[in-house]
Design a protein around this ligand. Sequence first.
Ligand code: NDP
Length: 330
Amino acid sequence: NREWHLLSRPVGWPKDEDFALVEAEVPAPGEGQVLVRNIHLSVDPYMRGRMSDAKSYAAPFGLGEVMQGGAVGEVVESRAEGIAAGDHVLHFLGWREYAAVDARHAVKVDADAAPLSAYLGVLGMTGLTAYAGLLRTAAFKEGDSVFVSGAAGAVGSQVGQLARLKGASRVIGSAGSDEKVELLVKEYGFDAAFNYKSGPVSGQLREAAPDGVDVYFDNVGGDHLEAAVGQLNRDGRIAVCGMISVYNNTEPAPGPRNLARLIQTRGRIEGFLVGDHYDLQPQFVQEVGPWVASGRLKYRETVVEGIGNTLEAFLGVLRGDNTGKMIVTL
Ligand code: NDP
């Protein structure tokens, strides 16, 4: 049973020396627990925050301890009622091959209804993030024009497609390569998309959204946020989901210089955390599940194989190696 430990708190970009892949015993499940053989691990941008000890919404990972994260696996032994060996469960003890999980923290998932990895992405945490952030926080309504950054990633690709399926007047996305931009327009049905690495975001956004944006779904922060404030329409809403461009900063990043525009636009900026919106989970699965099954909502995954490559997969998310949800398959 191999597991990833955090050895030291990364400063700036995480380095290999901050982590270790450690050989450990397969844990014995206690009463009320199940032993799970993990099949797919999730690596997510928010984990960068848990590697640091700055005050945040989730407790920091402990030094010298195994890290945590979303995972889906097969129950190999059960000492809990309601879950049997052979069942598949979603739980939170990733970054390791075997986990003894409290049954109350394990959710059974159906391997016949969807590929198991989908419960970490399009039908899981990142999917609900897109759904709650767009519909609740940004209060999306039919006819809105929507701009989303990180648009070829797990959350962003779903935000753009949800907006399209729910009657957006225009969907605009930004991503970090020409291949990703092409995917957005040709496969995901975005009306316009641009590569933020090929020129200033503000000018590219103005061109892609000549009539402005009603909703900006922010995954990136920095110049993307400033550009969106600059293009915001009257009564526009900005949902702050993430700011991946600053996660490895060692100094606070400068804020948007144009916030005074919010007065003129009566604009609103609001952050949200998916953890506060699990009441929407049944509605999300009911509405989005059929779109995924029928292919009206498309998704990609970038799959990295082997527990030994989990750290590399995580760093890959920060670098933009992934298209859609990054998954580690064991
Ligand atoms: P993604 O699948 O979108 O992967 C992250 C992507 O970010 C990369 O693929 C890369 O794509 C892009 N990126 C990396 N660095 C930069 C940069 N400097 N500028 C612009 N883009 C960059 O991850 P998720 O879908 O899991 O997460 C998306 C965002 O949502 C993150 O900010 C995350 O923290 C946030 N989040 C927030 C939640 C909440 O509850 N508020 C819950 C889940 C996620 P590219 O090639 O385009 O650069």
